[in-house]
Design a protein around this ligand. Structure first.
Ligand code: MF3
Ligand code: CO
Ligand code: CO
Length: 257
């Protein structure tokens, strides 16, 4: 990562992060009912872009290091950074991660969820449930004085205990007025290792959990990351702030748990 300094956000900046986080969560919630067989990933993208502009925000991915679309749509064996495409039509039994990042008043809200298209296979259902629980267990480690390694350790222990593997090539990241900054948050690791967390740090946790090997490959489009064995993968992401007492999830709606 270019910027090695971990910033501590002011309360004014945290307020902006709350607004961006909330709007990103609302966008995911808005897109969820569109996830049906027959819908293309480009339709999801175009609705996301329309909704984002209508709410006075900007899509952070669009043009980011040349990324061509507004959201990432990662279907089945796609680990992350799937590019929305008119020819990619969702079908019954698929799983799709939709990853949205909005810029509101200069600050970023970054969140993703994996959705079922119709009824999932028992395997897909288990993978997605375990991945969501991995995110929850990672978040539960966040408090001032804890170490970054505790987050990855909690995620890795649980994922591997369920027979799944943790992607290493992509990590959570600091996020503020910059999309990707320090610190890196690996989703594997060792308790007691890594930097100390402090109140006012803001970063994502975004575990990608694979059914088979943890190894990934990037396709010739230079973006789409797939599992090397082409088996299923799932991901959930929240943007979080370390508080004096623990953690505040900035990309969660009140109605969620
Ligand atoms: N939202 C992704 C993340 O969680 C990053 C997408 S970058 C893009 O970090 F360029 F692919 F959009
Ligand atoms: Co992220
Ligand atoms: Co994201």
């Amino acid at each position: 990562m270019k910027n090695e300094t971990i910033v501590i956000l002011s309360s004014r900046e945290l307020d902006k992060m709350r607004k961006a986080g909330r709007l990103a969560a609302e966008l995911l919630h808005h897109l969820e009912p569109m996830v049906k067989p027959g819908v293309s990933t480009l339709q999801l993208n175009d609705e996301a872009e329309r909704w984002t502009q209508a709410h006075g925000a900007k899509s952070a991915p669009l043009g980011y290091h040349g990324f061509p679309k507004s959201i990432c749509t990662s279907v089945n064996e796609v680990v992350c950074h799937g590019i929305p495409n008119a020819k990619q039509i969702l079908k019954e039994g698929d799983i799709i991660n939709i990853d949205v990042t909005l810029i509101v008043d200069g600050y970023h809200g970054d969140t993703s969820k994996t959705f079922f298209v119709g009824t999932p296979s028992p395997t897909a259902k288990k993978l997605v449930e375990v991945t969501h629980e991995c995110l929850c267990r990672g978040i539960a480690e966040v408090k001032p004085g804890a170490r970054i390694g505790n987050i990855g350790a909690a995620i890795q222990e649980y994922a591997e205990s369920e027979g799944f593997s943790v992607v290493r090539d992509f990590v959570g990241h600091g996020v503020s007025n910059i999309f990707h900054t320090a610190p890196e948050i690996p989703h594997y690791g060792t308790r007691g290792k890594g930097k100390l967390l402090r109140a006012g740090m803001v970063f994502t946790i975004e575990p990608m959990i694979n059914l088979g090997t943890w190894e990934v490959e990037v396709l010739s489009d230079k973006w789409t990351a797939v599992t090397r064995d082409r088996k299923l993968t799932a991901q959930f992401e929240h943007t979080l702030a370390v508080t004096e007492n623990g953690v505040e999830i900035l990309t969660m709606l009140d109605a969620e748990s």
